[in-house]
Design a binder for this molecule. Structure first.
Ligand code: 3PG
Ligand code: MG
Length: 407
C-alpha cells in the first residue's frame, strides 16, 4: 500500500508547490497535447477547487536537446484541461517568480518556468544536497506544502523532486497515487491465474532487464518488436540483426545476448515468440513471412504476423493480469498496427487486471479508438514504469513515504 500522505490530507487554505511532469513532444516549437496534461489537470483542479494557492513546477527536455523549451505553451494546454486560468511566469525562483507567487489568491493556479533552466535542478545528487540548493532554499519559504504528482520523473534525483520533500511537508498528487498503485502491483499483488507480460518496442535492453528481474513473477512473456527479434535470433532464426542503414539490433544483441540465451535456456517455456513477421513489400503493401521459413533476413520487420496475433490472443484472455511494455510493431502506421492493437483489444475485452505502460504504447489506445476505461491502468511513465516493474524503488516516492512517517 502507499504509505504517503495524499492531497486529501492537506490543511485548508495551503500554499502548495506542485511538481507535475508535463514533459511532452515538441512540434513547431510548442508542446503537443497529450495524456500527461489531462492526468495532472485533475490534481491541479482538485487543489484549486479546494481553495489552495497552486504553484506548479515542471520540466521540458534537457539543456542542449531540441525539445528543451519554455513552458509558456504548456500553461495554455494545462488551463484547457483544468478548466481554469493557469498563469505563467518566465522565471523559476527569482524575483519575478516570487512576485507572481505572492500575488496569487486562493484557488488560483500559476506555472513557473522549466525547472531544467535552473543550474541547481539537474545534476543528480542526494536529497540533502538538493535541499540545500539556492533553487529550493529560495522557493520553499513561500509554501506550506509540497505535492509531488510527477511519478514519471520520480526516478530522477533532481532538486524539484527530491529537494523540496526534505524542507516542506510532502504529499502525493492523484497521478502519483494511481501510478504507484498500478505500477507496483506486479510486485505487491498476488494473482490467482496466469500473469502475462507483453514485451516489445525498440528499447530491447530495458525490456530484457525487466524480463530478467521478473523471474518467478510473470508466467509468460509474449514477445514482439526488437526484443522479439533478438529472442528469435537466439533461438537460431536468421533475424534480429541490422540490415544496411539500420541501427536497432546488433548493438542491443551484443549487450543482451548472454541474458537472452540464459532466459531461453532456463525459462524457455515462459517465452512465446512470433511465428510470423510482417514487412512492407515492393508494392508498399503489408506482407508476412513465416518465421520457420525464413532463410535469410531480407526485410525490415515492422509487426508480428496474423498467426502470431492469433496465438497470443487466447493466452491473454485466460490471464488474470496482463502488463504491457512496448508495442509489437510500428503501430503508428496502420498497416503494422495489427499486433499491438490485437493484444490491446484482447486485454480490453477481458476482465483481467491490466497495466499498459510507456507513453508510446499507450498512444495506440486513442489512435485506434480503444477505451482507456477497459484497462485497469494506462501509465504515463516510461523509465519510472520500467523501474517499478523490476521492483526498484523510486527516490522521489521514497521521500514522500519518509515525509509521511516523520523520518
Ligand atoms: C519522461 O518524460 O520520461 C520524464 O519526464 C523524465 O524525463 P527525462 O528522461 O528527461 O529525465
Ligand atoms: Mg479489461
Amino acid at each position: 500500500m502507499s504509505t504517503f500522505r495524499t492531497i486529501d490530507d492537506l490543511p485548508g487554505d495551503s500554499r502548495v508547490l506542485v511538481r507535475l511532469d508535463l514533459n511532452s513532444p515538441i512540434e513547431g516549437g510548442g508542446p503537443q497535447d497529450n495524456r500527461r496534461f489531462e492526468r495532472h489537470a485533475r490534481t491541479v483542479r482538485e487543489l484549486a477547487e479546494a481553495g489552495h494557492r497552486v504553484v506548479c513546477l515542471a520540466h521540458q527536455g534537457r539543456p542542449g536537446s531540441d525539445d528543451f523549451t519554455s513552458l509558456s505553451g504548456h500553461a495554455a494546454i494545462l488551463a484547457d484541461h483544468v478548466g481554469r486560468d493557469v498563469a505563467f511566469v518566465e522565471d523559476t525562483f527569482g524575483t519575478r517568480a516570487v512576485e507572481a507567487i505572492e500575488t496569487l489568491s486562493a484557488g488560483e493556479v500559476l506555472l513557473l518556468e522549466n525547472t531544467r533552466m535552473c543550474d541547481d535542478e539537474l545534476p543528480e545528487a542526494e536529497p540533502e544536497e538538493k535541499a540545500a540548493t539556492e533553487f529550493v532554499e529560495a522557493l520553499a519559504p513561500y509554501f506550506d506544502a509540497y505535492v509531488n504528482d510527477a511519478y514519471s520523473a520520480a526516478h530522477r534525483k533532481h532538486a524539484s523532486l527530491v529537494g523540496f520533500p526534505l524542507v516542506l511537508p510532502a504529499y502525493a498528487g492523484r497521478v502519483m497515487e494511481s501510478e504507484y498503485e498500478a505500477n507496483t502491483a506486479i510486485a505487491r499483488k498476488s494473482f490467482d491465474g496466469p500473469v502475462t507480460m507483453v514485451v516489445g518496442g525498440t528499447k530491447a535492453t530495458d525490456v530484457i532487464g525487466v524480463m530478467d528481474a521478473l523471474e518467478g513473477t510473470v508466467d509468460r512473456f509474449l514477445l514482439g518488436g526488437v526484443a522479439g527479434e533478438l529472442f528469435l535470433r537466439a533461438a537460431g532464426n536468421p533475424v534480429g540483426f541490422d540490415l544496411d542503414g539500420m541501427d536497432l539490433f546488433d548493438e542491443q544483441w551484443e549487450a543482451n545476448r548472454e541474458v537472452v540465451e540464459e532466459i531461453l535456456a532456463e525459462r524457455g517455456e515462459e517465452i512465446h515468440l512470433a511465428v510470423d513477421l510482417a514487412y512492407e513489400d515492393a508494392d508498399g503493401e503489408r506482407a508476412e513471412h513465416t518465421v520457420a521459413k525464413i532463410d535469410e533476413k531480407g526485410e525490415a520487420y515492422l509487426d508480428v504476423g496474423t498467426d502470431t496475433v492469433e496465438a497470443y490472443d487466447p493466452l491473454i484472455r485466460e490471464s488474470d493480469a496482463v502488463f504491457v511494455k512496448g508495442a509489437l510493431g510500428v503501430f503508428e502506421d496502420e498497416r503494422f498496427s495489427i499486433g499491438t492493437v490485437g493484444v490491446l483489444e484482447a486485454i480490453a475485452e477481458t476482465d483481467c487486471f491490466s497495466v499498459v505502460g510507456g507513453g508510446d504504447t499507450s498512444r495506440a489506445i486513442e489512435l485506434y479508438g480503444l477505451d482507456e476505461g477497459d484497462f485497469s491502468h494506462v501509465s504515463i511513465a516510461g523509465g519510472a514504469y520500467i523501474r517499478a516493474l523490476t521492483g526498484e524503488s523510486l527516490p522521489a516516492v521514497e521521500l514522500l513515504q519518509a515525509s509521511a512517517s516523520g523520518e
